[in-house]
Design a protein around this ligand. Structure first.
Ligand code: ZN
Length: 436
């Protein structure tokens, strides 16, 4: 049988239900999907148009960055070493007020997607202004994306008030409904920046449109205290009263949780998006990931935007997740390597409702794949490839990346993009922004 591509790998981490790690196996890819996975010695029945040899490599599902603000890459390093509210209100929001427009979002999204692809991310869940622009850039670059239909009470260059954001979000969802690789979710910014009326409306619309809701929640102690002052309850309680706590909710951060809230999140089957590096950098607090997993809560991983991380590196995020998770749980066996790889792949797909399509390497799923070369001084010798990936591998070892069977990174380089042009645009924005 003629097929598009065969990848012969030393190891394949399938991230399937039984977490099979296969040795000397091949992935058979045809028409964008995984057609077969079998021992390389048994592949005679396939005649591949292209063969990728990965003799010292680990193949994994593409990473899913379940929370980011892609275009904020242009603000990377603009204001560091500050607490969240000072960072937001005195630096990020004024810069956004002045600079964010379609061109900013085009150039920022392109920079972010280039960085993500080179680091093995094949899908990202975004929240930002001009989401139609990010959607277009994602389509042009071939990456899978979940585009957040942002809602915030404040005016921006994109919309004037909550009603306007919601109206524009509905229109964009309609426009994107048949676009391959692109999905939408509602993205009310945070409990402190979106009032009850729009939140109620978003709840109803998410149900009728059958899409998730993506929100920053319990990011800091300040947020919880402000919620108590303004609404007389903690933000999670408020969202519960507004009926938002359910399987559609992707709650990002969740560093401030009591036992009662953890039980509620578990019972109501919300998903949690853990962003440890952003939480560490802004000193926001610690998400009790091990405890959440023990309750059966689905926890996925995100980098957050490059302005608060400051990179979009899922391999780095996995390492931080494992190390921090052990420290917070005071348990060296918490957050084991294969658990953390699941968080960066299939758990993200589950949160986004696309686990039938991507998130693991299984027959019938999309060929969203990366290969990591472990034949590097810093990764030798290899006893356990997945441990090696989490604890002793850098994103610069990502060699090849495919999304829906299309090769977007080959030999550590973007196949379809001019990396120099992307860097030049970033430097031009830096010159403009820093001159004010
Ligand atoms: Zn965020």
């Amino acid at each position: 049988m003629k097929i598009d591509r065969q990848i012969n790998a030393q190891w394949i981490a399938t991230v399937n239900e039984s977490n099979d790690l296969l040795k000397d196996h091949s992935l058979i890819i045809h028409q964008g999907q995984i057609l077969d996975i079998l021992p390389t010695k048994d592949t005679d029945k396939y005649q591949a148009s292209a063969i990728t040899q990965a003799p010292t490599h680990l193949i994994t599902p593409g990473f899913i960055n379940a929370h980011t603000h892609a275009s904020m890459s242009l603000l990377r390093g603009l204001a560091d070493d500050l607490p969240l509210m000072t960072w937001l209100t005195e630096h990020i929001w004024p810069a956004e007020q002045q600079w964010v427009n379609e061109e900013f979002v085009t150039d920022g999204s392109r920079l972010a997607i280039a960085e993500m692809l080179l680091g093995g991310t094949t899908c990202f869940n975004d929240m930002y202004f001009f989401p139609e622009v990010t959607a277009q850039v994602a389509q042009d670059m071939g990456i899978r994306a979940n585009i957040g239909l942002i809602v915030i009470d404040f005016p921006s260059a994109w919309a004037k008030d909550a009603d306007d954001y919601i109206k524009k979000g509905q229109q964009l969802h309609q426009q994107l409904i048949d676009t391959p690789l692109i999905n939408c979710c509602w993205a009310p910014h945070a409990p402190y920046s979106v009032s009850n009326q729009p939140l109620k409306q978003i709840h109803q619309l998410a149900n009728s449109m059958d899409i998730p809701i993506h929100i920053h929640l319990h990011e800091t102690q300040d947020e919880v205290e402000q919620g108590l002052k303004q609404h007389n309850n903690r933000p999670i309680e408020r969202l519960d009263q507004l009926k938002l706590l359910n399987h559609r909710l992707l709650a990002v951060h969740m560093t401030q949780l009591n036992e009662h809230e953890i039980d509620k999140i578990a019972t109501q089957q919300c998903h949690i998006i853990h962003c440890p590096e952003s939480n560490l950098k802004l000193a926001s607090g610690f998400c009790p990931v091990h405890q959440l997993q023990e309750k059966g809560i689905n926890v996925a991983l995100g980098t957050d935007g490059a302005a608060s991380n400051n990179d979009l590196d899922m391999i780095g995020e996995m390492r931080t997740t494992a190390l921090l998770g052990k420290g917070v749980a005071n348990n060296a066996s918490a957050l084991q390597a294969d658990t953390v790889l699941r968080m960066a792949t299939i758990n993200g797909a589950k949160a986004l409702g696309i686990d039938q399509v991507t998130g693991s390497l299984e027959v019938g799923k999309s060929a969203d794949i990366l290969s990591i070369n472990l034949n590097d001084i810093a990764s030798q010798p290899v006893y356990h490839p997945i441990s090696q990936l989490i604890y002793a591998t850098s994103r610069h070892q990502v060699q090849d990346v495919w999304v829906a069977g299309q090769q977007l990174v080959k030999n550590h380089q973007l196949t379809e993009q001019d990396e120099e042009a992307i860097k030049t645009k970033a430097q031009q924005w830096r010159d403009k922004i820093s001159s004010t």
